[in-house]
Design a protein around this ligand. Structure first.
Ligand code: NAP
Length: 240
């Protein structure tokens, strides 16, 4: 058995830690972040070249199972992996951490809808946490944005009025509360990433009665087998 673990998340690192070294495992990272947190065990970095490239990788490297533990918003690699595994006849599992409950958040379908909501509701000081690829839709907005991202967004994707905070979670409740207060934030825009590492901003916003605009997750490819926890993914791998 040789498992390809599509990663870039804390869950993927936790799964690699549970499986290495007794399972033959290769973790895969996209290579977006210059100094990624590396999982235990062998790692490859970089795209595969679409569905065809991934299918070829599975065949060339004699991969017998794939666990897709990528971020819930990494929809392209998730769709590609589902397709490549069907084509190559390789068992495939998606490890998707449970989404956050919406609570009082305003749920929108995508980044563009989030931008329209900010404009329509007239928010002026927005904490934008949808990542480096989530800024472009706010480019023409007149509000002021505190943009938090792991890597810097492209300069031409930024709204006129902003400050960038480069950082990587986890974040705790106390510092999120302080941040929202310090910057006098009047709306939080977030993806429904789920998980504990970045949840505190929502709890802090709710405490301060700052409205939350939450971008809903992209749908998973039809028919994929899914688990919600690292432990269940480990059980699946060990039962192969
Ligand atoms: P994406 O839009 O779904 O994928 C774009 C392309 O990046 C894919 O077609 C693939 O290139 C390559 N790719 C993505 N994940 C890969 C992986 N684990 N190993 C090898 N190639 C990968 O992905 P994304 O949203 O840019 O996310 C990229 C990485 O960052 C993922 O590993 C994800 O887990 C992590 N991440 C994403 C987010 C987020 O909000 N999207 C947040 C935290 C971490 P080819 O077509 O050439 O194979």
């Amino acid at each position: 058995m040789r498992v390809l673990l599509l990663g870039g998340t804390a869950e993927a690192r936790a799964l690699a830690k549970r499986l290495h070294p007794d399972v033959d495992l290769i973790s895969s990272l996209a290579g977006r972040v210059p100094d990624p947190a590396l999982p235990e065990g062998p790692v490859r970095i970089g795209g595969f070249g679409g569905v065809d490239g991934l299918r070829k990788y599975l065949q060339d490297n004699v991969i017998t199972a794939v666990v897709d533990a990528t971020h819930p918003f990494a929809a392209t690699i998730t769709a590609n992996a589902a397709q490549a595994c069907v084509q190559a006849g390789v068992p495939h599992l998606v490890l998707a951490r449970p989404p956050w409950l919406h609570g009082s958040a305003l749920v929108v379908g995508n980044d563009r809808e989030a931008a329209r909501t900010v404009k329509d509701l007239g928010y002026q000081r927005v904490f934008l946490t949808t990542g480096r690829s989530g800024t472009a839709v706010f480019k023409d907005a007149t509000a002021w944005f505190l943009i938090r991202a792991v890597t810097p967004p492209d300069a031409d994707s930024l709204p006129k009025n902003h400050e960038i905070l480069l950082s990587r979670g986890p974040y705790d409740y106390g510092s999120e509360l302080a941040l929202l207060r310090e910057y006098r934030i009047d709306a939080l825009v977030t993806k429904n990433s789920g998980g504990a590492m970045t949840r505190a901003k929502i709890d802090a916003a709710e405490h301060l009665e700052v409205p939350v605009i939450m971008v809903d997750r992209p749908a998973l490819p039809e028919g994929v087998q899914t688990v919600g926890t690292v432990a269940d993914a480990e059980t699946w791998v060990r039962s192969l």
